[in-house]
Design a protein around this ligand. Structure first.
Ligand SMILES: Nc1ncnc2c1ncn2[C@@H]1O[C@H](COP(=O)(O)OP(=O)(O)OP(=O)(O)O)[C@@H](O)[C@H]1O
Ligand SMILES: NCC(=O)N[C@@H]1O[C@H](COP(=O)([O-])[O-])[C@@H](O)[C@H]1O
Ligand SMILES: [Mg+2]
Length: 390
């Protein structure tokens, strides 16, 4: 066998799949892991392993058996204590075991940013019982947002308008959390003007930034994203400085999706508020598949492999819009691809073997003369793809 490097990917969803394609273009051998078989990244990888990455001994055994040059986390359901131990024994964890550990749970990254690094965030507190939820909401006021500390893509998240809604939100968070720790974050609701993802690449030559990506979320999950997001130079500079501070504190090389809210203060000035970050490609960053000459997946692969990353990463106006399932099924097929592509948009179907209500099954990508044009085009294309369940 001949390859440039060996990568073990922990998580094999749509983001992992594009990463595998980028890494394989650079000659990597990739083993894709996830808790279910035929996951999107497994379909394009050299080898696969199906097991729960929350199972510490299993995770350790798989890493020991494959002896990868790089272990690349892709999801937020990994026993990260194992990664920390293995890093101590010389295994390269991307971007670093500290980053994987602190971002696996919301409390780790939030405390690092707000308490240790002094980065501006919304007011928040944690709770492990309904009584603690009430105490935390006294601190944040209403509306507030309640989320399990271990979850992603909006799972278990709800916005609470008044004290009467707290118990339902607490139960919903506990019932929909990942992992085994009943702990939630209660956050002040930020009445933002817009929100962005700032893709930040830490690499051998320093730190580079992509142009900000705007996005629209529903039920805590992304529906549309576009790049470049209209944002003042001052707000971009502030977001970049905050991103650099947090990313450097986490350490290691790779791409980070740093999420910010931009609100207006009482004097009408932009106020940039750090929300959270992923130490890996970000779902809203799928737009870079068509906006940038190097996508977020290419940049991640380059940074990990110690290859050059440009200082300036340009982008043409582009947008993405998601294609979601609406029910449970093990037999899904797709129609309307030709219609969706007729006006120049592109479609990615992830090939997930099973559907669930709201599960992301594909994405439409489009460019345009402006981001508004690209958004309209991506949304129209996504709407033409239909899922058939039988
Ligand atoms: N405090 C808040 N105030 C206002 N809106 C919020 C707040 N927290 C979250 N949201 C909204 O919910 C979305 C999802 O929240 P968040 O990013 O914390 O969840 P997530 O489950 O980690 O999502 P993902 O994994 O997709 O990034 C945000 O992008 C934002 O639109
Ligand atoms: N916001 C995080 C995110 O978008 N993660 C992406 O979704 C996959 C899980 O999808 P699934 O829940 O449909 O299996 C993950 O594997 C990753 O690619
Ligand atoms: Mg988020």
């Amino acid at each position: 066998m001949s390859f440039t490097t060996k990568i073990l990917l922990l998580g094999s969803g749509e983001l992992g799949r594009e990463f595998v394609i980028s890494a394989k273009r650079l000659g990597a051998y990739v083993i894709a892991c996830d808790s279910y078989d035929h996951a999107p990244a497994m379909q394009v990888a050299d080898a696969r392993e199906v097991f729960s990455m929350l199972d510490g001994p299993r995770l350790e055994e798989v890493i020991a058996r494959h002896k990868p040059d790089h272990v690349v986390p892709e999801v937020e359901a990994i026993r990260t204590e194992v990664l920390a131990k293995l890093e101590g024994e010389g295994v390269h964890i991307v971007p670093s075991a500290k980053a994987a550990q602190l971002t696996m749970n919301r409390d780790g990254i939030r405390d690092l940013a707000a308490r240790e690094l002094g980065v501006r965030t919304s007011t928040y507190d944690y709770a492990e019982s309904f009584e603690q939820v009430q105490a935390a909401a006294d601190k944040t006021g209403f509306p507030c947002v309640i989320k399990p500390v271990m979850s992603s893509s909006g799972k278990g998240q709800s916005t609470v308008q008044d004290a009467a809604g707290l118990e339902t939100a607490w139960r919903y968070a506990v019932d929909n959390m990942r992992g085994d720790r009943a702990r939630v974050i209660v956050e002040q609701f930020v009445d933002f003007e817009y929100e962005i993802t700032l893709l930040t690449v830490a690499h051998k030559g320093g730190v580079s930034f992509c142009l900000p990506i705007g996005h629209r979320q529903e039920r805590g999950d992304y529906r549309e994203s576009w790049q470049p997001a209209a944002m003042s130079d001052a707000a971009i500079a502030e977001a970049q400085a905050m991103a650099k501070t947090v990313v450097e504190a986490l350490g290691g090389y790779g791409i980070f999706g740093v999420e910010f809210f931009v609100a207006r203060d009482d004097e009408g000035r932009d106020e940039v508020i750090f929300s959270e970050l992923s130490p890996r490609p970000h779902d809203t960053g799928m737009v870079t598949l068509v906006s940038q000459n190097l996508s977020e997946f290419d940049l991640h692969a380059r940074a990990i492999m110690g290859l050059p990353v440009p200082e300036q990463i340009r982008a043409r106006p582009a947008a993405s819009a998601v294609i979601l399932a609406d029910r449970e099924s093990e037999h899904v097929s797709y129609a309307g691809l030709a219609e969706a592509m007729a006006d120049g948009a592109d479609i990615r179907i992830f090939g997930k073997p099973v559907t669930r209500p709201w599960r992301r099954m594909g994405v439409a990508l489009a460019t345009g003369g402006s981001t508004d044009e690209a958004r309209a085009s991506a949304v129209a294309a996504a709407g033409k793809v239909t899922l058939h369940y039988d």
